[in-house]
Design a protein around this ligand. Structure first.
Ligand code: ZN
Length: 396
């Protein structure tokens, strides 16, 4: 396919290019330059008036709780989403698999319409939970990165005694990993050092919630005398999720020892946990990606997430975080954190992208494309969504 006369945000730096041509071959961007000559066999589309940006990467979700939208609104974080005792686990226990699948399907469809081409899900419920999500995704064109877990949590006594991972569970973990993309651990406070070390030897992606609440940071110090981040790093995670209450020392450690941090500012705010210290994270050298977290507390909308960061950081620091940096969090940096060939419009990259209508009511005239996208664009400005070279929503 040859796309003619389109504006794009090009490469790792999302440089605005007013007009160029793009050849898409197989599932990748093959060639990007002006005036590409059409092959006799290829379809050519004039895309004047459209702006192509990378497909959005929602780097942290729990779509399994799509059935629990806005339950337990006024409870504490643990009362809402604690993996064992929270309202979330209760509603999931009392809902049939078919209903859970139906609502996960709705969330996947909603994400595609919103220009999300990849989502990274922390999937609870062991192998069954992973298979349920895969069933929900059948027939939906959306790239998933599923990080599963065995439902194995340790109490304070077991953590202090450094109890190891039970050998009876190791086959279960191996079976789980064969069916998903890696492990997503609920947190260091539910695992002994020995167990975190055991998980660190698994071969696929590894990620863990970390320093989401003041309480979890304090709890780690109390139980183990070690910071929650230092303990989470025992997992050798590819990336950490949240770090909302991490210290500068912890952030510097994270920037050296991981590929990055996935922040979830709207979810943190919805849970009254404040917002991550993005300025300090960037100063500490962290690569930041963006996620919308639990569906029960937040909508899977990366446009809203970007707008929220733009406004909340301005309100907090009285100084803007560059719109381009925010857009990178939703695209390029997601690809970096996952170490996948996605998130960027460049030749050789997988052709996941959004075609925005430059004349959309809310964004024309676009005097600053990055700012317009970050705080004005929404689902309504999307003309089409492409995943792996195929149009999966809308048309161009
Ligand atoms: Zn989470």
């Amino acid at each position: 396919m040859l796309i003619k006369n389109i504006s794009i945000l090009s490469g790792h730096d999302l440089d605005f290019v007013p007009s160029t041509d793009i050849r898409i071959q197989g599932n990748k961007f093959k060639k990007i330059q002006p005036n590409i000559k059409q092959n006799t066999t290829e379809e050519s589309l004039d895309c004047q008036g459209l702006l192509m940006i990378p497909g959005l990467i929602n780097a942290h979700t729990h779509i399994g709780d799509s059935v629990g939208k806005d339950i337990s609104l006024n409870d504490t974080v643990d009362e809402k989403i604690h993996p064992v005792s929270g309202a979330k686990s209760k509603i999931l226990q009392n809902t049939s698999d078919d209903t859970i699948i139906d609502f996960m399907k709705s969330t996947c469809r909603s994400m595609v319409r919103k220009g999300i081409t990849t989502f990274v899900d922390f999937r609870e419920g062991g192998l069954d939970g992973v298979l349920l999500l895969k069933k929900a995704m059948s027939g939906i064109s959306l790239r998933s990165v599923i990080l599963g877990r065995t439902e194995f949590y340790q109490d304070t006594k077991a953590i202090r005694a450094n109890t190891s991972f039970p050998s009876t569970k190791s086959a279960e973990l191996l079976g789980l990993l064969q069916k998903c993309d890696g492990i997503g651990i609920s947190g260091a406070n539910e695992n002994s050092t020995s167990v975190l070390k055991y998980y660190s030897k698994t071969s696929k992606l590894r990620a863990i919630h970390c320093a989401e609440t003041k309480q979890s940071v304090a709890r780690s110090k109390k139980i183990t005398k070690i910071s929650e981040t230092a303990r989470a790093l025992i997992l050798k995670p590819d990336f950490l999720v949240h770090m909302t209450h991490a210290s500068e020392t912890d952030l510097r450690l994270a920037s050296r020892k991981t590929r990055g941090i996935v922040i979830c500012p709207r979810a943190n705010s919805a849970l009254a946990e404040g917002i991550p210290n993005i300025k300090l994270m960037l100063k500490s050298g962290c690569t930041l990606a963006l996620g919308t977290d639990n569906i029960m507390i937040n909508s899977p909308d990366m446009w809203r997430e970007m707008d929220f960061i733009w406004k909340a950081t301005m309100g907090t620091y009285k100084k803007r975080i560059d719109a381009k940096e925010i857009l990178k969090m939703a695209t390029v940096n997601g690809g970096k954190v996952l170490d996948k060939n996605i998130g960027t419009i460049a030749s050789g990259k997988i052709a996941d992208c959004i075609f925005l209508d430059k004349h959309a009511l809310d964004i024309e005239p676009m005097h600053n494309p990055h700012a317009s996208i970050v705080h004005r664009a929404s689902e309504s400005a999307i003309k089409a969504v492409m995943m792996g070279g195929d149009i999966v929503h809308g048309n161009i």
